[in-house]
Design a protein around this ligand. Structure first.
Ligand SMILES: Nc1ncnc2c1ncn2[C@@H]1O[C@H](COP(=O)(O)OP(=O)(O)OP(=O)(O)O)[C@@H](O)[C@H]1O
Length: 244
């Protein structure tokens, strides 16, 4: 398996003293889904932002074998690193289709049309509402639009920050089913940030557990196939609050 992303000794500081991420290392292979799990404040978003180039960091980040730490965020986007932030930052008063077009702004017009159709095929819920203003979508549909907009950019690596946040369990399942389909149909690599172990288990290959800015444990999806092993990992790394 080819390594798409390799993070070694990553540290993130806010200001001069507050350290949000401490010496974090992990890798993501071609077509692999790797989940970062941890409670609020564990450092998950900071890691994603550091990979996307949105905040400064120390350590080494390799993408496709090349160091990217010195590259600005827009150059990382051009190379295929797309960050879908938590909170679905879609443009509320633009239509679904316009939001998608925005995600593929750097593509040639023909590719943009093809990809728009591909994304709408993947998310029939929003395809029916393509000309509707984004603010009129439900929470789950807005999340689908945010992911769809990320896919418009033809990513090689999708950084997906808490796609389940604030969604009803049924909608979370729908969003994750679509992610599973994307995973089956393409060799897109994904780093997924989640607090929900059960949901991330639906699609991921490997999990890293974070606490206080550090990776405190690692499991493969195969390690966590049975309920007892999952419960053991929850007890060891996440605590009862994350068992849902
Ligand atoms: N802009 C900022 N300035 C200062 N401290 C910050 C900033 N952003 C995050 N932090 C701190 O860094 C630590 C890690 O935050 P981060 O958002 O990366 O965690 P997280 O695991 O993504 O949490 P959540 O699940 O709540 O989104 C926290 O202690 C947080 O308070």
């Amino acid at each position: 398996m080819t390594e798409v992303l390799s993070v070694s000794g990553l540290s993130v500081f806010y200001g001069t003293s507050a350290q949000a991420v401490e010496n974090v290392s992990f890798a993501v292979g071609d077509g692999q889904v790797v989940t970062l799990l941890g409670a609020n404040g564990a450092g998950k978003t900071s890691i994603m932002k550091a990979i996307a180039g949105l905040i400064p960091s120390r350590g080494e980040i390799l993408f496709g074998g090349e160091p990217i730490s010195a590259l600005p965020a827009r150059e990382r986007v051009k190379r295929g690193i797309i960050y879908v932030p938590e909170g679905r930052e879609i443009v509320a008063n633009m239509s679904v289709r316009e939001n998608l077009v925005l995600g593929g702004y750097h593509l040639a017009a023909r590719d943009r049309r093809t990809r728009t159709e591909m994304v709408l095929d993947l998310f029939p819920e929003i395809a029916n509402k393509a000309d509707r203003a984004a603010w009129r979508l439900s929470g789950g549909e807005q999340q689908m639009l945010a992911i769809g907009r990320g896919l418009m950019a033809a990513p090689k690596l999708l950084l997906l920050d808490e796609p389940s946040l604030g969604l009803a369990p049924m909608l979370v399942r729908r969003v994750f089913d679509r992610l599973a389909a994307i995973r089956r149909e393409s060799d897109l690599a994904i780093v997924l940030v989640e607090q929900n172990l059960a949901m991330s288990m639906r699609i991921c290959d490997e999990l890293h557990f974070l606490r206080g800015g550090r990776i405190i444990g690692h499991r493969t999806a195969a390690d966590l196939k049975d309920n007892a092993a999952r419960q053991e990992a929850i007890d060891a790394y996440l605590g009862a609050a994350s068992a849902a």
